[in-house]
Design a protein around this ligand. Structure first.
Ligand code: CA
Length: 240
């Protein structure tokens, strides 16, 4: 199925763009190309590619701005950032905006093809861009490993342990991303009848998850309070 994947190359350096386009076509991918950020964004929105290879320093609109706009529009293409060595960029920022991987220039075409295939394999397992590999999910700047019961922050935070219930709650939030969920629903779906929790239990677990996953637990971007109702989950993080 990867042979039919559609890939958008957004790169202003023409020799590199042409080399990428040729190599990807030779591998059987359907390839779209753009030489500046605005054209790249327009093509991505119009064509819904499976993968976007996104240069950062681009005319008209830089790569981060393209990435933000894509994620804001809920385009969930896998995005691989192409960054020049020494270029002013922040890997963490890239991941917070929803980049799936990055490749530092100069890279070999072979390496890039491997990365594209790896990204497609991961994407095939779930919502594109959601899963890194089985059991690992990125929530903003945190990488949650469901199998290991841990979360690791890519913004320099330490690895922390997560309880089974915290993971159950997070899994439920992931399955209902973007919806407003009231406490009774959360209690019912996540706790069921296995003990006698109160809605306070939900709040406590949300607080714990915030402390472990949110860059600033006081200003949550992922586990959002909906006043008077409950919570809403945003994996990529609401724009602050
Ligand atoms: Ca460039």
């Amino acid at each position: 199925m990867t042979a039919e994947a559609r890939i958008l190359v957004v790169e202003d350096e023409e020799p590199l763009r042409m080399a990428l386009v040729d190599a990807l076509r030779a591998e059987g991918f359907e390839v779209l190309e753009a030489a500046d950020g605005e054209a790249g964004l327009a093509l991505a929105l119009a064509e819904g590619p499976d993968v976007v290879l996104l240069d950062l320093m681009l005319p008209k609109r830089d790569g981060f701005s393209v990435l933000r706009a894509l994620r804001k529009d809920r385009v969930d293409a896998l995005v691989l950032i192409l960054s020049a060595r020494g270029e002013e960029w922040d890997r963490v920022q890239g991941f917070e905006y929803g980049a799936d991987d990055y490749v530092v220039k100069p890279f070999s075409i072979r390496e890039l093809l491997l990365r594209v295939r790896a990204a497609l394999r991961r994407g095939d397992r779930g919502v594109p861009g959601l899963q890194l590999d089985p059991g690992r999910v990125r929530v903003g700047a945190a990488l949650v490993d469901f199998a290991a019961y841990t979360a690791e922050r890519t913004d320099g935070g330490e690895q922390v342990g997560l309880s089974r219930k915290e993971l159950d709650l997070l899994r439920y939030f992931l399955s209902r991303e973007g919806e407003v969920l009231d406490r009774a629903t959360l209690l019912n779906e996540v706790w069921g009848r296995d003990d006698f929790p109160s809605t306070r239990t939900v709040d406590m677990h949300v607080l714990k998850l915030r402390r472990k996953l949110e860059p600033d637990p006081e200003q949550p971007r992922h586990l959002l309070t909906v006043h008077g109702v409950g919570y809403r989950f945003d994996r990529r993080g609401s724009e602050g």
